[in-house]
Design a protein around this ligand. Structure first.
Ligand code: HEM
Length: 469
């Protein structure tokens, strides 16, 4: 969407200053400076040259990025701003339609699905997912034990774990990813669709139209993913009794406000949404955690001592033990500070408004909160590049301004699966630390980050050994 800074009422306009931006070229603006597959990292590097906000010109589409906690606090005020569905999320609607993640807040299906699905993430429901999570984390550790000595692609196996976990806990469906050397065709299709979605962000529209073969592949991939989801739903509809998991609720529960159920098309979009939103980010989180721990042996030792104490005497991990894993909890929080695996969210004002008292943001104009830069805002974080889990000791955490740390987004559109993700990551990490030793298989290699819609360590491999072996 084009910026419309001069449509605003006169009093607001008079007070406004333009949003600064890096120098660009006529017509294409900053487009040619934006590295394909490295957009978030590029923008994060730009942030220190500006004062908490800058604007990027994507060939005429000017998008402001906010990186300071002070301005983010304004954007998190839900009386002034709401989530907006613009690229890449609007592009993703081809796949995920009006599922929770890509729905407009005022679409009736968002409220309906939100009210129906919140109970699936409450404490009682999470307790019921525990055994399935434990079984799948056990499959990961078993595989890694069997592969002792050989370099292991960490992100690939974390993706197997997290996809299998959301599918089994959410829909009673087994991908059995650890049984195969290849990633499941669903995952391969998803990776290509997300790649194309991001490619369309930094490519001019007419170039996208010319890529006939790639566009056909994109359509085929989307069809493949929809077909798999339709099969999962068909299989479940055939059962006499529905388990009370995500899909059970989608098929049977009635919205307490409208007294309606979700329709079939929306259920398909929700299942796709949960398969995507429910695994990419958690897989990235677990991979970053292991990369950070290989570089911080003293933190690794603290975490391992904690797990060993909880599991002393050969106990099996129980749901109630998770609350005792405080060091691991802080490791997860600090990892999400440095590497928020869903790296941005976008909002727009209900009405024309002055941001920071000086920049006019016209009604419905998108502003993006750039999380890796926000989480390094020097006004909110001391020595921001340092991996320091004690920032999240309760007495320190209480002092963090709430808008300085937003790895799960904001307000009513924040992550519905936050507790699920933390539970899954804690549990997997506890098992890995308790049973395995690991070291970086490529010490000295650059710590690259791969970007799709999410962030993941790139080419990160570990060499594993059973503890005590
Ligand atoms: C470390 C893991 C995760 C991170 C960092 C993360 C991050 C986020 C963020 C930042 C948002 C807000 C996006 C926006 O405003 O546009 C979001 C929304 C969402 N997340 Fe997560 N997420 C994670 C795990 C999960 C899991 C495990 C699930 C499902 C089981 C999930 C399901 C969703 C859904 C459905 C939404 C949309 C909610 C709505 O708008 O109603 N996420 N997540």
């Amino acid at each position: 969407m084009q910026a419309r800074p001069f449509d605003a009422p006169a009093p607001t306009r008079a007070a406004a200053e333009p949003i600064p931006s890096p120098p660009g070229v006529p017509v294409l603006g900053n487009l040619l400076q934006l590295p394909r597959g490295r957009l978030t990292q590029h923008l994060t590097k730009l942030a220190p040259s500006f004062d908490g906000i800058f604007e990027i010109d994507f060939a005429g589409l000017r998008v402001p990025f906010v990186t300071s906690a002070t301005l983010a606090a304004e954007l998190c005020d839900e009386k002034r701003f709401r989530k907006t569905i613009k690229p890449p999320l609007s592009i993703l609607r081809a796949l995920a339609g009006d599922g929770l993640f890509t729905a407009h807040s005022d679409e009736p299906n968002w409220g309906k699905a939100h009210r129906i699905l919140v109970p699936a993430f409450a404490q009682r429901a999470r307790r019921a997912y525990f055994d399935a999570m434990l079984e799948l984390a056990g499959q990961l550790v078993d595989k890694w034990e069997r592969s002792a000595g050989a370099p292991l692609e960490v992100s690939e196996d974390m993706t197997r774990l997290t996809l299998d976990t959301i599918a089994l806990c959410g829909f009673g469906y087994r991908f059995d990813s650890f049984a195969s050397a290849q990633l499941h065709p669903f995952l391969q299709a998803m990776a290509r669709v997300l790649d194309e979605t991001m490619g369309r962000l930094t490519r001019h529209q007419w170039l996208t139209r010319l890529r006939v073969g790639a566009n056909r592949r994109y359509e085929r991939d989307i069809a493949l993913m929809h077909a798999l989801v339709d099969e999962v739903i068909r299989e479940r509809r055939g059962r006499a009794q529905q388990p009370r998991d995500l899909l059970g609720l989608m098929l049977e529960a009635v919205d307490p406000v409208t007294r309606e159920r979700l329709d079939d098309a929306n259920i398909r979009y929700q299942v796709i949404t949960f398969l995507i939103a429910g695994h990419e980010t958690t897989s990235g989180l677990l991979s970053f955690v292991l990369r950070l721990l290989t570089g911080h042996p003293e933190v690794l030792a603290r975490a391992r001592a904690e797990v060993d104490e909880v599991l002393a005497g050969g106990r099996t991990l129980q749901y109630d033990d998770l609350a005792r894993l405080e060091v691991i909890d802080r490791i997860l929080k600090e990892t999400l500070r440095l590497w928020p695996t869903a790296p941005a969210f976008a909002v727009a004002p209900f009405e024309d408004t002055l941001l920071g008292g000086r920049h006019l943001i016209a009604r419905d104009r998108r502003v993006t909160v750039l999380l890796p830069a926000l989480h390094r805002d020097p006004a909110a974080w001391k020595d921001p590049e340092r991996f320091d889990i004690d920032r999240f000791l309760p007495e320190n955490e209480a002092l963090i301004p709430s808008a300085a740390y937003k790895p799960f987004g904001n307000g009513q559109r924040s992550c519905i699966g936050r507790q699920f993700a933390i539970m899954e990551a804690k549990l997997a990490l506890a098992l890995v630390l308790h049973r395995l030793e690991f070291e970086d298989a490529d010490p000295g290699a650059a710590s690259a980050v791969r970007e799709t819609l999410t962030l993941k360590p790139e080419g990160f491999r570990l060499r594993i050994r059973r503890r005590g072996a």
